[in-house]
Write a protein that binds this ligand. Structure first.
Ligand SMILES: [Zn+2]
Length: 232
């Protein structure tokens, strides 16, 4: 298990790698020289990209609790990154702590690219265009470079960052242990994926209060249709 200091140090490595590998690589390829990107660790689970259009300033935050979840086979299954690696076959669908953290850097960076290169509608960020950007980061080799860089940096600093595949929990009750009231989640099935906030964890489901288009509605969602969102 990770202690909080290690989780924060790994979130810092993710921040450094996003700036130095993904952002600088994109800048060199003829990117956005007036735009500034800051990446940093956050305190809780929340992991997101946001920007201030007027100031051309973008920020990516990697939650330290998110890092701890992804080190834990029982908790990582609840994250969107886990679903993406498995369903889209990134790294042959292998879910490990290393692959999850590397993929999370790519996921947030794809949100940055999405906001710089096209139109986004609020509440609708995991679009076909977003997945095209994410696929490109994997296909062009950038995701591999992120993974190798994270691995080397963690080893140099003696931080635990395992490449051993996780065995994911099969039982709903085990998977529900990954959620707590207040968590921001995605739920449902494509193409009707909704956003919400967990208000209660039940024996076999979570009660989720819808946000965005479904604000004010309550849903009981089984863990197989529920993910922590890495927001854009
Ligand atoms: Zn996202």
């Amino acid at each position: 298990m990770l202690d909080p200091r290690q989780a924060r140090a790994l979130a810092q490595l993710m921040s450094d790698t996003t700036e130095q590998v993904l952002w600088q690589g994109w800048q060199q390829a003829g990117g956005y020289h007036l735009t500034r990107l800051t990446c940093r660790p956050g305190r809780g689970r929340a992991t997101y990209h946001r920007h201030d259009p007027g100031a051309h300033h973008h920020e990516i935050v990697y939650g330290t609790h998110m890092v701890a979840d992804k080190a834990d086979p029982g908790h990582c299954a609840g994250w969107l990154s886990t679903r993406e690696i498995r369903q889209r076959g990134y790294w042959q669908g292998e879910v490990s702590m290393l692959n999850l953290l590397a993929h999370t850097c790519c996921h947030e960076f794809a949100h940055l690219q999405q906001s710089l290169t096209g139109v986004r509608r609020r509440g609708q960020v995991h679009t076909p265009r977003f997945y095209q950007l994410l696929d490109d980061l994997h296909q062009c080799g950038a995701a591999d470079t992120v993974r190798d860089t994270l691995f080397e940096l963690a080893r140099a600093r003696q931080l635990p960052l395992s490449a051993t595949p996780h065995t994911l929990p099969a039982e709903p009750r085990e998977r529900l242990a990954a959620y707590a009231p207040g968590d921001a989640v995605l739920f449902g099935q494509a193409p009707d994926v909704r956003t919400g906030q967990v208000i209660r964890v039940n024996r076999k489901t979570c009660t989720v209060m819808g946000t965005g288009r479904h604000r004010g509605l309550r849903f009981r969602v089984p863990p197989g249709l529920l993910w922590h969102q890495e927001a854009g």
